[in-house]
Unconditional design. Structure first.
Length: 176
């Protein structure tokens, strides 16, 4: 990834993490700026190939994250942030960022539910989610607490986890 794109990625995810930690929202202007800069700079640096990379990266992010939003497992700000990261990084790098973020998010979530003493209820909720999705139903219709916005849901500022995943990618990038 071009150094200028790396700088934009760092600035964007730091800002997103700050907003997510402070107000639990990622502003639209931030994600939109990331998309515009990602598409624009990739086009400038690589021409038509850059446009393709940016659009495929953004599309892949949306393909993965929109279903999580639809089942209310994640907020729209997280979806838009990952789309912006896809536009900046392209599909291959986005996939690595996603995998690092998913692993970190899973570990942080596990520590959080154990700390809050909710491991058993979380495992029960997980089985409900899998069963409902396997039957083409949205889990929050069966149990409203499975909506990430519910007051009893354990909230995880995913924007901050995405930022750490992005930094993980950038530190691993020289070896990939």
């Amino acid at each position: 990834m071009h150094p200028l794109l790396q700088v934009i990625l760092v600035v964007m995810v730091l800002a997103a993490a700050g907003y997510d930690l402070k107000i639990r929202k990622i502003p639209n202007w931030l994600s939109l700026s990331g998309v515009v800069l990602g598409v624009g700079l990739n086009c400038f640096l690589l021409g038509g190939e850059g446009l393709q990379l940016a659009l495929f990266g953004m599309g892949l992010a949306l393909l993965v994250y929109i279903p999580l939003f639809v089942v209310r497992g994640m907020g729209a700000g997280d979806v838009k942030l990952m789309a912006a990261i896809g536009a900046i990084a392209g599909p291959r790098q986005w996939l690595i960022i996603f995998l690092v973020t998913a692993i970190l998010g899973g570990l942080v979530s596990l520590v959080l539910v154990v700390y809050k003493g909710r491991l058993i209820s979380t495992l029960s909720n997980l089985s409900t989610i899998v069963f409902e999705l396997a039957n083409a139903r949205q889990p929050f219709h069966k149990d409203e607490t499975l909506d990430f916005r519910h007051e009893r849901a354990i909230g995880l500022p995913h924007g901050a986890v995405i930022a750490v995943g992005s930094f993980g990618f950038l530190s691993l990038a020289p070896f990939l």
